[in-house]
Design a protein around this ligand. Sequence first.
Ligand code: AMP
Length: 379
Amino acid sequence: MSRPILPGQTIGVLGGGQLGRMLAMVARRSGYRVHVLTSESDAPAAPFANRSFVSDYRDEATFRQFADSIDVLTFEFENVPSEPLCWVPERVPIRPGPHVFHATQDRIREKQFLAAHGIPLPRFAVVPTLAELPAAIEAVGCPAVLKSSGGGYDGKGQFVIRTPDQLTTAWQAIGAQSSTLEQFVELAGEFSVIVARGVSGEFAVYEPIYNEHANHILDVSTSPSGVPAAPAKAALEIAHAVASAFELVGLICIEFFWTHSGEVLVNEIAPRPHNSGHLTIEAHATSQFEQQLRAVCGLPLGSTRQVRPAAMANLLGDLWEHGAPRWEEVTRVPEAYLHLYDKEHPKPGRKMGHLTVCGESSAAAVRVARLIRQQLPRR
Ligand code: AMP
């Protein structure tokens, strides 16, 4: 077995967004060095990195320099090209492995991988061109959701087809590219499960986190989730199965749809920490970022025990419409924790930060989180 990567050694992170920032914060706290490769000159992770390499991911000279300077490579963002991974020297483990990264970058590959491993999914069909869309509608039924195969997140590249006369409109709306068509699921709710798998195949799984979306973007997450025992158990088993199927070394988040008949279906997966897991920073014995660090460094995994109920509310750029939000609304609440990502341009829909509130119950925490957020904007 490979030797663990220990404090003093260097974690290489592909991508420089807020997930890389929060990983870098825990890694630096524990004495690791962090090198980040990012395409943005003002990346949120940069202030916590010992060194940032700013370049296009395909720039071979910079990529090699970055890869030569690290002891393990991990990701905070999966939509980076996979070709440069062959420039990583053999002594540097890539965790999760390139096969995980390859499968989860593309919705078609991801669904085919999961279906081949017997993971329950919404009914779906692959739609390479507009010509195949009518047959896909026949197979999947209407309403259905057309989703572009690559590059889509936070509901981007999606169109809900309600009547068969919308096919051309839907195809144009998602950018006329290869896609999947999925059954539109009548949701009882959505939740996510985060699971880590270590180098010797051991697992650490977090209990489900309940997620509410607004405009296709995650809005609020709460834990404990309130998901009944049977669907929760089914989801934890699926999470194990997915991590095993990938022979994962690292951490993965599985987003679930939960239907009125109690069925759980996998919506999508992300081979990295996830927005819904941010509340683990304050609410769990080991945060998802600490867990990612442990898994990719080959250390024993941390406890996923929840220490106190919590809710997380995203802070989008919309809150900045009339100037910087009134942060005193957060700071006056003893169990409210503000996280800002150092992003300069608060565009509507852009994730600028989040707020976690701990409380006696997740219902109480979510009430306070929503109330604080409501009071933030200047009018
Ligand atoms: P995604 O980017 O695929 O996670 O989709 C964003 C959100 O759109 C999901 O969290 C759901 O709220 C909604 N959504 C996506 N696909 C479906 C579906 N097949 N049925 C119902 N709602 C969906």
